[in-house]
Design a protein around this ligand. Sequence first.
Ligand SMILES: Cc1cc2nc3c(=O)[nH]c(=O)nc-3n(C[C@H](O)[C@H](O)[C@H](O)COP(=O)(O)OP(=O)(O)OC[C@H]3O[C@@H](n4cnc5c(N)ncnc54)[C@H](O)[C@@H]3O)c2cc1C
Length: 80
Amino acid sequence: MTAAPDAAARPSPCPAERFDLRKDIQFETTVTSARFNDESGRWLVAADRGDLVSARFLITAPGIRSTSGRRRPVRPHEER
Ligand SMILES: Cc1cc2nc3c(=O)[nH]c(=O)nc-3n(C[C@H](O)[C@H](O)[C@H](O)COP(=O)(O)OP(=O)(O)OC[C@H]3O[C@@H](n4cnc5c(N)ncnc54)[C@H](O)[C@@H]3O)c2cc1C
């Protein structure tokens, strides 16, 4: 019979830990606006805790039941 590997040596079943994502996650925060800046070619994302983040890519996943999903961000070169 093969001995079971040490629990500490086994990869974590939690994807956030396995891929070291916890440092990039912020809970209890609501995104309040997301606008694309044509000059910088970056998204400017604001949150209710005062954060203002500049990002090259924006991936939204507010869920189908969320009211945020109905207020989708303005995409590059899109008139509103
Ligand atoms: C009653 C019910 C039962 C279900 N049962 C099952 C089941 O048994 N099995 C199954 O596979 N699926 C089930 N589903 C479906 C499943 O829940 C969804 O398919 C899944 O949760 C979708 O995941 P998501 O990440 O797209 O959205 P969500 O799980 O809805 O996550 C979106 C998150 O974004 C957050 N968010 C929204 N707007 C903002 C904002 N502006 N700033 C920051 N955060 C924001 C929301 O608070 C939420 O936490 C069920 C759904 C419902 C409603």
